[in-house]
Design a protein around this ligand. Structure first.
Ligand SMILES: CN1C(=O)N(C)[C@H]2CS[C@@H](CCCCC(=O)O)[C@H]21
Length: 123
């Protein structure tokens, strides 16, 4: 039966897109994340991502996680989610993310993390 493998090109509703490499036998993958918007006033650049997914030889709709280390800001985003496939074979990645900004002191730690949901579909 067909199953969701994360390799390939994805886009989300914020206009970001990501390219995920081949997923290796232990579920590991790398890729690149292109974002259209930023929480900073920095100039946007492509950023690397690293993650893993549950192997699809056991699961058809695997869970996954990945981290984007932004090259243009001091922040970091982690994504967790699951790959779903509808009965027509269309895949969507339903995710939640945490964006952690670098703040100047522990006193500012309370306002350093943003959270959100996000859906990716194949380009
Ligand atoms: C564009 N985005 C996107 O596709 N998301 C799912 C959310 C969570 S990561 C954030 C972009 C953070 C860029 C780096 C920074 O602003 O410090 C936003």
């Amino acid at each position: 039966a067909r199953k969701c493998v994360l390799s390939g090109l994805w886009k989300n509703e914020l206009g970001s897109n990501m390219t995920i490499s081949a997923v290796n036998t232990d579920g590991g993958f790398t890729g690149l994340y292109h974002t259209a918007v930023t929480a900073t006033d920095k100039h946007i650049r492509v950023s690397p991502l690293k993650g893993s997914q549950k192997p699809t030889n056991q699961r058809k709709q695997p869970t996954f996680g990945f981290t984007v280390s932004w090259t243009f800001s001091n922040s970091m985003t982690v994504f967790v989610g699951q790959c779903f496939m509808d009965d027509k074979g269309k895949e969507t990645l339903k995710t939640m993310w945490l964006l952690r900004e670098e703040v100047s002191s522990p006193g500012a730690d309370w306002k350093a993390t943003r959270v959100g949901t996000n859906i990716f579909t194949r380009i």
